[in-house]
Design a binder for this molecule. Structure first.
Ligand code: ADP
Ligand code: MG
Length: 240
């Protein structure tokens, strides 16, 4: 579904991605870990062109994202993104947050968009919050709404950038549970997270990044039990 070859991204003189290669198949849950500043967020943001790569190539369903003209809005319809800070529109109700993109980008009727949004809200257990504003919700609820908003576009892949890092500990579980369900339903996901339990349980692949590169990857259980690279050993030694 996604093929990345020698992906590079520099900000001025700061070479943040120094050659990332990865193939991601449909239905995979790729969990990306690594120290702060290793380029995890930049990698995710390049995948959906929130950042413009400075080198290499990204193919999504066989089409190059970096060569030739890309319809970025169309691409983002197929790649949903969930951020650490939720990024809900504060002045809009929950239902409006969820229906905005389907109406504007997919030209869906208001009725159809609301029907889909209501179904998603039921699924995440927040049907009673349709008319609430983000400020009236807990962090865990906001993040579940952000996931529903991404799902409303029926994306082929969901990108998560530390979705539980801004949450109080007691709310982490409810968000991870929604993500686990999506994984079980076969959603293709790329997840940057420090939740090692989630990585081990749900990840089909663990990717360790350091210095703008993928240093090591493999089956999460194997990498946790038997990391090969000294940097992976050092990092896991600190977080496990
Ligand atoms: P991680 O998510 O692994 O912590 P990031 O991808 O956020 O790492 O950042 C890696 C490096 O890229 C950092 O040194 C950061 O300062 C730099 N960086 C990220 N985004 C920008 C930007 N928009 N402009 C300049 N530098 C950036
Ligand atoms: Mg980051």
């Amino acid at each position: 579904m996604i093929k990345v070859t020698d992906l590079k991204k520099s900000f001025g003189k700061n070479d943040v991605l120094t050659g990332v290669d990865i193939d991601i198949a449909k239905g995979e849950v790729v969990v990306v870990i690594g120290p702060s500043g290793s380029g995890k967020s930049t990698f995710l943001r390049c995948l959906n062109l929130l950042e413009q790569p400075t080198g290499g190539d990204i193919f999504f369903e066989g089409v190059s994202l970096t060569k030739g003209k890309q319809d970025i809005n169309k691409l983002r319809m197929h790649m949903g993104m969930v951020f650490q800070q939720f990024n809900l529109f504060p002045h809009m109700t929950v239902i409006d947050n969820i229906t905005l993109a389907p109406r504007k980008l997919k030209k869906m009727s208001a009725d159809e968009a609301e029907r889909i949004a209501t179904g998603l809200l039921k699924r995440i257990g927040l049907a009673d919050k349709a008319k609430s504003y983000p400020s009236q919700l807990s962090g865990g609820q906001k993040q579940r709404i952000a996931i529903a908003r991404a799902l409303a576009m029926a994306p082929a892949v969901l990108l998560f950038d530390e979705p539980t890092s801004a949450l109080d500990p007691e709310m982490v579980g409810e968000v991870l549970d929604v993500m686990k369900e999506l994984a079980a339903e076969g959603m293709t996901m790329v997840v940057v997270t420090h939740e090692m339990g989630f990585a081990r349980e749900v990840g089909t692949r663990l990717v360790f990044m350091d210095g703008g590169k993928i240093v090591e990857q493999g089956n999460p259980v194997d990498v946790f039990a038997n990391p090969q690279h000294p940097r992976t050993k050092e990092f896991l030694g600190k977080v496990l």
